[in-house]
Write a protein that binds this ligand. Sequence first.
Ligand SMILES: Cc1cc2nc3c(=O)[nH]c(=O)nc-3n(C[C@H](O)[C@H](O)[C@H](O)COP(=O)(O)O)c2cc1C
Length: 320
Amino acid sequence: MLPKKLAISIELFDTILSELRDSVTLVDPNLDDSPLVYVNRAFEITTGYTKEEVLNKNCRFLQCDDQNQPEIQVLREALKKGEPCQVVLKNYRKTGERFWNELSISPIRSDEGEILYFLGIQKDITQKVDLQKQLVLEMCDLRDSNKNLKEQAETDALTGLHNKRYFLEQYPAQFTFAQRNNLPFSLFMMDVDHFKAYNDFYGHIEGDHCLEKVGQALRCVFKRNTDIVARYGGEEFAVFSVGGTALFGAKLAKKLQAEIERLNIEHQKSEHEYITFSIGHVFVQDPAVCSHLELLDIADQALYAAKSKGRHCIVQKIIE
Ligand SMILES: Cc1cc2nc3c(=O)[nH]c(=O)nc-3n(C[C@H](O)[C@H](O)[C@H](O)COP(=O)(O)O)c2cc1C
């Protein structure tokens, strides 16, 4: 209740309401189709309709053909129960322009509790909503570019395989996973034989083509989601594969060699006259017996042994 000396006339009250930036409306639910019986100046400015055009009409005309909004159902139910509620509706100005209307309604009751009017306060929050949408879009863009950047940082641009950085990040984690779960695994270190001679003789562009094809062959052989397949350096590749048996690992190594032979890439500077591959394969049955760094060393030694044996071969080491 206002203090007595602040008691004001309806006209003064209307003048005060006309100064507000938000729209104020009164709806009479006791009249047919619950029409508007009062709108302030801000309502006219926001919607573009004059009070003469809107009084005695239900306010739903602001929805135009957009009446399937879920929030309208929320509003309907609150009105039916005579409860206050707040919704955000898509409304349309007289010009047809869409605006976002944050509508709060409250029942105004007589002393006996009968609903005399519903008071509506409408805030045009179009700028805020559009800004939020813009922000969400920008955040999605940012997330996409972050994802792309991360992918780029983890991928070898030439072969599309993972790069060494990714391998060295993921390999220790997968190694620990295998250790904890007592799973056997294989580590393969491999490289293209006489690749420097190939590059010198055929040029870097051909050298790159050769590595691309080798990358495809690796992808064909090591297909499991959990396999980490990476270009480890120039012509060197590494694969870490959890599970399987020593025999299965050996089969994969042979299959890879066969795939590379099938590429049939001429190499006049090699004793084999085509591109060949040396593979060092370590199979670990009991993951508790070595560390991931030791294992890298052992795989390197196996690759070195394959090279020393005349290249184009597989050296397998089993750790039990
Ligand atoms: C006080 C009051 C103000 C309202 N103001 C709006 C408004 O600004 N925009 C709107 O789309 N609907 C407004 N409505 C809601 C509609 O008048 C109507 O109640 C709603 O569309 C659901 O009823 P219907 O299913 O008969 O359309 C208001 C309702 C009340 C009671």
